[in-house]
Design a binder for this molecule. Structure first.
Ligand code: PMP
Length: 360
């Protein structure tokens, strides 16, 4: 079959909405200071790395992993002090859980609702699953627009609502009362996505018992384990039992299952790293705010957000100086000339501040 034939078959059978997409672009960052993807910049201490290495050496990779990932679940249950009635679903990153939840709820004609701008994977997964997506614009100051949410819930009767808390890419926590209102009015599932919980002052995890339609989504990616790909959803077992049916049988690989409990057991180390990043976030926020023409937004995440005079120009200027950040300009009207900058190590942040001063 020639390449031209393949193109003809693709054109004939592929879903047009998939054809219209461009592949998720991951920026090339070789040799650069990487402040674009909300990774934890700190490595693990050598003794812990050695312990992980020797544990991984003993993993029988000729066998399938434990399909129920019992070791990881036990570790999470104890770290989070989960009550017995709460269930857990584990994903290959919380990205996979967004896909699992969406495909479980995508009945023909069902609608997904989410504030916008927010994490783009909600909308994309709705598209993959053939689910209608309705975005509700955020209000001034990136606040959740309680009246608009109420009206959209009434009108759309969404089967599924995603709320990132804190929000990505705006970095703020929405008003508790506005989210409670959504939880009380929603006819379907409300997923509170707490990817950035480690850097935020509030969480809905302790409140899963209060709302029968609440599932909290989290990830270990931002606290130092992005490469392991491990996310988890917590909610009433009525939810998690059903969602687990959509999960691929061996979605968590054996190496992740062996390594994750060893890192999760290091609660003090992870907390110390998160505190250091929060202190660096405050330092970056102050440095950005001191630059003429720059407006720095307060965030509760491991990234800072700033409106600069010319985001494409500043993005390129930083890149030329070896620093990769995320240019949000053009992704949503509320984000014109905004840059999202992941908090790095103190030395990386120093380099960023020096580059920004030179640019200005
Ligand atoms: N939710 C939010 C709000 C995010 O920002 C991200 C990462 N960018 C994710 C989920 C996905 O994280 P992961 O798949 O690494 O767990």
């Amino acid at each position: 079959m020639s390449v031209r034939d393949a193109a003809a078959v693709v054109a004939a059978v592929l879903r047009p909405e998939i054809r219209a997409l461009s592949a998720y672009a991951v920026a090339q960052a070789d040799g650069m200071i990487k402040l674009d993807a909300m990774e934890n910049p700190f490595t693990l201490p050598a003794p812990l790395r050695a312990k992980i290495a020797s544990t991984l050496a003993g993993v029988p990779i000729n066998r399938y992993p434990d399909g129920a990932a019992r070791g990881v679940k036990l570790a999470l249950r104890s770290t989070l002090s989960l009550p017995d009635w709460a269930g857990l679903v584990l994903g290959n990153g919380s990205d996979e859980l967004i896909q699992i939840i969406t495909s479980a709820l995508a009945r023909p004609g069902a609608t997904m609702l989410a504030p916008e701008p927010s994490f783009v994977m909600y909308r994309l997964n709705a598209l993959y699953a053939g689910m209608r997506f309705v975005g509700v614009p955020l209000a001034a100051g990136f606040a959740l627009d309680a009246a608009a949410m109420r009206e959209a819930i009434e009108r759309e009767q969404p089967a599924l609502i995603f709320i990132a808390y804190p929000n990505n890419p705006t970095g703020n926590l929405f008003e508790t009362s506005a989210i409670e209102d959504v939880l009380r009015r929603a006819p379907g599932l409300v997923v509170i996505d707490e990817a950035y919980y480690a850097f935020a002052d509030a969480s809905f995890l302790p409140r899963i018992g209060e709302f029968p339609n609440l599932v909290v989504l989290r990830t270990v990616s931002k606290i130092g384990m992005a490469g392991l790909r491990l996310g988890y959803a917590v909610g009433a077992s009525e939810w998690t039992t059903e969602l687990d049916k959509v999960r691929q049988p061996y979605n968590l690989n054996a190496l992740t299952q062996a390594a994750a409990p060893l890192v999760l057991a290091e609660g003090a180390l992870l907390a110390e790293q998160a505190e250091a990043l929060k202190a660096e976030r405050a330092r970056l926020h102050a440095a950005l705010g001191a630059l003429r023409g720059v407006e720095a937004v307060r965030t509760q995440t491991n990234f800072v957000l700033a409106r600069v005079p010319d985001a494409p120009l500043w993005f390129d200027g930083l890149r030329q100086r070896g620093i990769l950040v995320k240019n949000l300009h053009g992704t949503h009207p509320l984000l014109d000339h905004f840059l999202r900058i992941t908090v790095g190590t103190p030395a990386e942040n120093d380099a960023l501040i020096a580059a920004l001063r030179a640019l200005r």
